[in-house]
Design a protein around this ligand. Sequence first.
Ligand code: DNO
Length: 384
Amino acid sequence: MEKTWRWFGPNDPITLEMLRQIGVEGIVTSLHHVPNGEVWTDEEVLKMKDFIESHGLRWSVVESLPVSESIKYAGADRDALIENYKKSLEALGKAGVRTVCYNFMPVLDWARTDLDYPNPDGTTNLYFNRAEFAYFDCRILGRPGAEADYDADTLARMEELAKTMTREGERRLVDNIIVKTQGFVNGNISEDDTTPVDTFRDLLKLYDGIDRDTLRANMKYFLEAIMPVCRQYDINMCVHPDDPPLQILGLPRVVTCDEDIEWFLNAVPDSHNGLTFCAGSLSAGAHNDVVELARKYADRTHFVHARICNVLPGGDFKESTHLDPRLVEVVRTFETRRPGVPMRVDHAPLMLGDEKMGYNAGYSFHGRMLALGMVSGIMAAVNA
Ligand code: DNO
């Protein structure tokens, strides 16, 4: 696999010079300064590409070219937004950037309740606490009927939590779930939003009456519309699985399991319609056998996210080590069957001073460097 790294552009404190020193071969980035839905011009794409190449690296993957909400819920301006998307793809295609990661998750991109969960060794990790998430949903958001989406055990844990929850604790939950994890991935809510919960409620309303089948139909509509441009420029689209791969907040989700993946690959049977194999997202659902899925979908995978989660009793989940035996098998599968496919690590721990640097959640330097070293070691062993 090609060793890539998610880099957040010229303002990222982790510089391209640093990345060259640690064995990174390709860059994964986006035009983060272009607002969601606007066209990526030839000029802006080339500027980014030249900047990366002037550092002896290549722009391997776009993550993400965001799909506007209106495309997902089929709003009045969806065709206009799809036209913009096609123009952006064209600019990328002309520049020779041919792997594009996106997601089709309504409203919320990825979800975690805790961004600094302490590990016994002194490092910290991302963590998803199901009872805290239920508290956010039922008590902070106050979504009508939310309780019905949680089992008795989770609701009991939520009640326990409510006894000691403080204003500050609530603020932290909101910040973690809908602000800190979203803005930097070109999501809906930015750090400057002073009323994020209200904004979030309005966003949820956009999906009133939209069920899984409608969202699937909208995804198919989008993919069919962009495939001609992808074929013309040989661009591989690769959808990121839903993170976590579960139904949440009453929103429909369409990339959560084997059946979903099979559905969207068959719905638009073109090799340019592919998957980002995020082993971490898929493994956060106890229903997924991530090793099995890697073997089944290797041929339609155009980008790999190397990380893995442990699902704990009660449905909490936590990032595991990059040396987890399941990840070893996933790496072996792609390294043998898709040798050149771009791969990046993510969601590694904060360690050795990372915590003071203000990095985007999940995107530490030392933690990711160690993880990349581990995955590189697995690759070398597979090839030995
Ligand atoms: C989180 C990331 C996601 C991913 C998008 C792709 O760390 O894996 O935000 O970039 O879902 O569109």
